[in-house]
Design a protein around this ligand. Structure first.
Ligand code: UDP
Length: 197
């Protein structure tokens, strides 16, 4: 599937409506058990890539860099390459959870404070009862810790939501993705806190 891209500050954003990104790209990738890495980049993330070359490399490894923020859409308009719509990371996560629920896919939830992570998992069980819980762990550990990545990889999840904040979540994903045979990896920032309520 060809990707329509708009480059802003050297970050190639995918220019596609959320429903098309899901239907044409992310759901098929899940169905085929393909590995996939999604960054939902807000202006803060873009600014961080300007200050930190190694972080920029981690972001640019993503299969899809999604425009998460009105500021990104506005910048694309000023550049006369208008991005179709803002795709909020939180909304994308909810759509993916609903798809996992519908198809019995397994999800791992890595990140946030321990009590938030626990609350999030009970919310997910309540709202998405047919989703398989591969596992979960709070986000306060060293990203080099092999026991955490082994636990996640051994649970063989279809989706791995990583809420460690930036740059830790992108660092964890890019450092460890090659230890997995499948999985949609997505950094979700503060989304566990929001869903946990
Ligand atoms: N977080 C974490 N481990 C850390 C730092 C942050 O699990 O070492 C979690 C934090 O609890 C929150 C999420 O990452 O659930 C997003 O954190 P923050 O708002 O600081 O990051 P940002 O969204 O600004 O990148």
């Amino acid at each position: 599937m060809d990707k329509k891209l708009v480059k802003l500050m050297d970050i190639p954003f995918i220019n596609i409506a959320k429903k098309d990104l899901l239907n044409n790209n992310l759901y098929p990738s899940l169905d085929k058990r393909q590995k996939c890495y999604v960054v939902t980049a807000n202006p803060e993330i873009v600014m961080k890539t300007r200050e930190d070359a190694s972080y920029k490399k981690m972001v640019k490894k993503a299969d899809y860099i999604v425009p998460d923020g009105a500021g990104i859409v506005m910048a694309s308009k000023l550049q006369k390459e208008p991005i179709q719509e803002r795709v909020a990371g939180y909304d994308l996560m909810l759509d993916l959870l609903a798809y996992a629920d519908k198809h019995g896919l397994s999800c791992y939830f890595l990140g946030a404070k321990e009590h938030v992570n626990e609350k999030l998992v009970s919310k997910v069980k309540e709202k998405y009862p047919d989703l398989t819980l591969a596992g979960h762990h709070h986000g306060y550990f060293s990203i080099d810790d092999p026991s955490i990545v082994n636990d996640v990889a051994n649970s063989n999840p279809d989706l791995i939501f990583v809420a460690l904040g930036s740059p830790r979540q992108e660092a964890w994903i890019t450092q460890h993705m090659d230890k997995f045979t499948k999985g949609l990896f997505m950094g979700v920032g503060g989304s566990f806190d929001v869903l946990a309520g």
